[in-house]
Design a protein around this ligand. Structure first.
Ligand code: SAM
Length: 261
């Protein structure tokens, strides 16, 4: 692909593309806060409380980016441990928790690794950063207690492949959870949301990241993503049971879940 840099020599091209990736990665957390007015934090908290993490769990967070979901899972496990200390033998809490953060973009993972060090998280080896594609995971069949994907499935090429892979790596009884920007139906709210998405988001993208086009693309990709009902039926088709979803903020985002039984 040309990336639109027609007259630029090869080395210059890869430098420019590299810059774009690094820019996105280092701006990513700030942009999330700006675009969602900080709400993405509450949505991720909700996702993790739905997951009900436990000490010793093997969990895979796909499209995990800079670690937001993984950090919350570890925090939640520390809380469970603290509460359990009184009435459980220490031995029962020793089992090694493993939280795998898988992402296709190494720059995002690098930002995540730095954040983990700053937070003092995962020092005992419970956080593992893996570069990989959601459509073809490197993990074994039936190896995970949980699977999460937050704001990641919308941008993949084949949603079905991602769901099949999620089903494959989960053990029986394992839980699939997906947090994604979804569809708003309520009349007046829908118009306000459309205005916000098509006018304000690209403008903020230009102002803060100097990149209107990427943010325009982001908004279009939200509109192209299947409706809540349709996406739920795709999760069923991948083999999951007890599939349900919860709308947050009238469907601005939805949390879909399913069980591998
Ligand atoms: N889950 C993080 C969060 O909620 O803060 C990051 C979400 S970010 C919007 C989307 C992430 O998906 C990016 O880090 C991108 O690199 C990753 N991604 C895109 N396509 C992917 C794929 N096929 N496999 C794995 N990760 C992918």
């Amino acid at each position: 692909t040309s990336f639109g840099f027609k007259e630029v020599p090869e080395e210059e091209k890869s430098r420019l593309v590299g810059n774009v990736f690094s820019n996105v990665a280092s701006n990513y957390d700030l942009m999330n806060d700006l675009m969602s007015g900080g709400l993405h934090r509450l949505w991720k908290d909700r996702l993790v409380s739905e997951l009900n993490p436990f000490p010793g769990m093997k969990h895979l967070d796909v499209a995990g980016g800079t670690g937001d979901v993984a950090f919350r899972i570890l925090d939640s496990i520390s809380d469970v441990k603290r509460r359990a200390m009184q009435d459980v033998r220490e031995d029962d809490l020793q089992e090694q928790t493993k939280i795998y953060v898988c992402d296709i973009n190494p720059h995002m993972l690098n930002v995540g690794k730095k954040r983990a060090v700053e937070k003092g998280l995962g020092e005992e080896g419970s956080l593992i950063w893996v570069e990989g594609d959601a459509e073809a995971l490197s993990f074994q069949d039936n190896s995970m207690d949980g699977y999460t994907i937050a704001f990641g499935i919308r941008n993949v090429t084949h949603i079905e492949k991602v769901l099949d892979e999620a089903y494959r790596v989960l053990r029986r009884g394992g839980r699939f959870l997906c947090l994604e920007l979804s569809h708003v139906e309520a009349p007046v709210f829908k118009e306000l949301y459309d205005y916000y998405s098509f006018s304000i988001i690209p403008a903020v993208g230009e102002l803060v990241a100097g990149d209107r086009e990427s943010y325009q693309y982001l908004v279009e990709s939200i509109r192209r993503f299947p409706s809540q009902e349709k996406f739920a039926s795709m999760i069923v088709d991948a083999g999951f049971q007890k599939v349900e979803y919860e709308n947050l903020v009238g469907g601005v985002v939805a949390i879909h879940s399913g069980l591998k039984l």
